[in-house]
Ligand binder design. Structure first.
Ligand code: UDX
Length: 477
């Protein structure tokens, strides 16, 4: 099949994954973060995966066995899969469509600042499948399963009708399903291979069974209870509900951290005690500079905005987002409480939205860097161990005489009067007070990730300000 040049973004290459002789053949559409990881995961289970993407550079990478994204273990799994002949790229849509039964849609869904989700790529995939059905009316029954995070109703009211334009009927000629992914950056492959649960929503049992047949490769026989069968809209909402809940936990503990600062209490002890209650769990109770990344901010905004448009007033989601924005500003306030920023040289350690990733999307540094410049800092000296992260942030905040990017921590902190730690990289956790002796004057460190040991700084001339703690006991009820 030729590439449809009228629709440049349309995904016309489909991936063929012949699972094994006994299983359904599978096609993954979209070789981004999710698609690549699923392909590598299936290959690691000895299942055959062919990958294709509109991005020819990505295809070239995959076929050479190199991974286009930086994710622990993924390159090795891809390389192994390619070497063993289980993964390779194909641009033969006709063949792929006819021979594949289950199609996983793993394309990006972006969100604007107002929370409006951009479904252009999902629509493109639906159109590509519609066109395939038109060209291959005898291709047989197919199941289209959405893995991309989409707002409730997208699968059955956006994707499904476009495919039906082919003349095929959902529930008869093709099935439709939705199976959200729960993978985290930094442990994506591990999350797929050891899932807490697999959710499969379908328009009918036949659709659910086809998807289950593929994804059960990731579950041991004794873990079959981890498979949740439901309808498409429930599956869509599960993803948003889960991410919104985790984001709520973070905003909650960040609000408690503000109380801890006010009352002269250490938030870690509060979180530890709370987390020991099995109804709460200790996870996602780390106070910090607010959540970032490609999912939480986007997903909470998208759900909030969908509810708002429909006349709901999602008060809690609004508060979660507001607390998160306030927390980003609070990092600067912590410095301002102890130093005048005007005329001060400030080192900023950490650009990635969390450790072990080069991803800087929605990272707090994107608020802190311009904030420091606006407050009149004489220099802002930036470091991140990830060169990728540095390059990404440079695109939006180009270096100049006041804003400089550094390859080493030592360079960034040398001569600075203050230092703000924004990411919990191991490199920063290991920092000792002796390494801060090159700072200027009476230096102040703001540790927004709570990774430095206060005791180790007690005898030094460096003032350590830790988010969620305060030495002041001035508050009286
Ligand atoms: C998240 C979800 O965890 C995952 O299930 C979903 O599929 C995608 O979104 P990810 O964005 O990779 O994954 O990062 P995650 O580890 O969840 O952290 C998100 C943000 O919350 C980061 O900025 C992190 O620093 C912050 N966070 C997390 C906290 O501030 N405190 C915590 O206790 C946990």
């Amino acid at each position: 099949m030729k590439v449809d040049s009228d629709v440049p973004h349309r995904i016309v290459f489909l991936y063929r994954c012949s699972l094994n002789d006994a299983m359904t053949s599978t096609c993954i559409i979209g070789a981004g973060y999710v698609g690549l990881t699923y392909a590598a995961g299936l290959a690691s289970k000895n299942l055959k995966v062919n990958l294709v993407d509109v991005n020819t550079a990505t295809i070239a990478c995959i076929n050479k066995g190199t991974c286009p994204i930086d994710e622990p273990g993924l390159e090795k799994a891809l390389k192994d899969g390619v070497k063993r002949g289980l993964i390779h790229g194909h641009a033969i849509l006709d063949l792929v469509f006819a021979e594949s039964d289950v199609f996983f849609v793993c394309v990006g869904t972006y969100c604007d600042d107002a929370g409006n989700i951009n479904l252009a790529q999902v629509r493109s995939v639906a159109q590509a499948i519609r066109d395939c059905f038109k060209m291959h009316p005898d291709a047989g029954y197919k199941v289209i399963c959405v893995k991309s995070t989409v707002i409730c109703g997208t699968t059955d009211s956006v994707l499904l009708p476009v495919i039906e334009e082919s003349g095929m009927k959902a529930g008869k000629d093709f099935g439709v399903a939705m199976s959200p992914e729960f993978l985290k950056e930094g442990s994506a492959l591990d999350d797929i291979l050891n899932p807490d649960k697999i959710v499969v929503g379908g328009i009918d049992q036949r659709s659910i069974d086809a998807v289950k047949n593929v994804l059960k490769a990731f579950l041991k026989d004794s873990d079959q209870h981890k498979l949740i069968e439901t309808d498409v809209r429930t599956a869509e909402l599960i993803k948003y509900a889960q991410n919104s809940f985790l984001a709520t936990k973070i905003s909650f503990i960040n609000e408690m951290a503000r109380f801890a600062e006010l009352f002269g209490v250490n938030i870690s002890m509060v979180a530890k005690a709370m987390g020991m209650d099995s109804r709460i769990s200790p996870k996602f109770l780390n106070a910090g500079p607010g959540f970032g990344g490609s999912c939480f901010p986007k997903d909470v905004k998208a759900l909030y905005s969908a509810g708002k448009k429909a006349g709901l007033d999602p008060l809690l989601l609004k508060a979660v987002l507001d607390v998160n924005e306030r927390q980003k500003r609070h990092v600067l306030e912590l410095l301002q409480q102890h130093r005048q920023v005007k005329g001060l040289a400030v080192a900023v350690l950490g650009l990635a939205f969390k450790a072990n990733t080069g991803d800087t999307r929605e990272s707090v540094c994107r608020a802190v860097i311009p904030g420091l410049l606006a407050l009149g800092a004489s220099r802002v000296k930036v470091h991140d161990p990830s060169a990728f992260a540095r390059e990404e942030v440079k695109k939006d905040f180009p270096p100049d005489e006041r804003l400089t990017y550094h390859d080493t921590i030592a360079e960034a902190i040398k001569g600075s009067g203050a230092c703000i730690i924004l990411t919990e990289w191991d490199e920063y956790k290991r920092l000792k007070f002796s390494e801060f002796t090159t700072m200027a004057g009476n230096p102040c460190i703001v540790d927004s990730r709570r990774i430095l040991d206060r005791k180790a700084f007690e005898k030094s001339k460096v003032q350590l300000v830790i988010l969620g703690e305060s030495e002041s006991r001035d508050f009286k009820p």
